[in-house]
Design a protein around this ligand. Structure first.
Ligand SMILES: *Cc1c(COP(=O)(O)O)cnc(C)c1O
Length: 221
């Protein structure tokens, strides 16, 4: 299925008006679809799998900003460290240390978000509030020179009930307000990445400044 250009442009207009950044989630979609969206001006793309991301990045323009949004295993960081723009899924100190190490090898600083667990489903990944507190304390005591934690990311429950989703996003926003200033990037434009195709409007109402939208733009997977 080709990219829905009109829908894409409509979403861009809507979220730009709200001052929100769009990450177009292209997992499982072919490079041709990504290139079509890139040609419309989209530069930020999200991918979930290390191998798929590496293969696609090699075939596409070098100025695409690749966001890693899938579960990231420590031993795979090395494959994306030379080019990834923002790793949105940091859920442990161990992973943060590995990103720092691989970033240093590539002589760069890699921007990261801490993923927070806000949903009901046990299958989702992320830090709980206590772990978030521990990791931010650890960061301020022993900063890692080759990473920058720019903010938080979270996924709401996959449910129809919009009150549940709203409450989960609201909770993440309170954590963001509490911790954003403590993160290693200080208070410079911290990122709150929340909202997908089905719930991005609620997320923006609750204070998101980055949404990750896939199927609404690229069609169902
Ligand atoms: C796949 C995915 C998205 C996009 O989902 P859509 O429902 O297709 O918009 C957003 N965020 C994460 C973390 C994802 O894995």
């Amino acid at each position: 299925m080709p990219v829905d250009k009109e829908r894409y442009q409509g979403i861009v207009k809507e979220i730009n008006a709200a001052g929100v950044q769009l990450v177009a989630v292209s997992k499982t979609k072919p490079v041709e679809d990504i290139k079509a969206l890139y040609d419309l001006g989209q530069q930020d793309f999200g991918e979930n799998y290390v191998q798929e991301l590496s293969e696609k990045a090699a075939q596409l323009p070098a100025d695409i900003r690749w966001h890693f949004i899938g579960h990231l295993q420590t031993n795979k960081v090395k494959y994306i460290a030379s080019f990834v723009h923002l790793i949105q899924v940091v859920d442990s100190w161990k992973l943060l240390q590995e990103i720092d190490k691989q970033a240093a090898k590539n002589k760069r600083v890699i921007d990261c978000l801490l993923q927070v667990y806000i949903a009901r489903e046990e299958t989702k990944f992320g830090l709980d509030e206590k772990e978030l507190d521990e990791i931010t304390t650890r960061l301020s005591n022993s900063p890692l020179p080759n990473i920058k934690v720019k903010g938080l990311m979270g996924m709401a429950s996959f449910v129809q009930n919009s009150d549940v989703i709203k409450n989960e996003f609201h909770y993440l926003k309170t954590l963001f307000d509490k911790y954003a200033g403590l993160l290693s990037d200080g208070s410079k434009n911290p990122i709150l990445s929340m909202g997908m195709s089905s719930d991005y409007k609620i997320a923006i109402e609750e204070g998101s400044n980055m949404v990750r939208i896939g199927s609404l733009i690229f069609g169902e997977r």
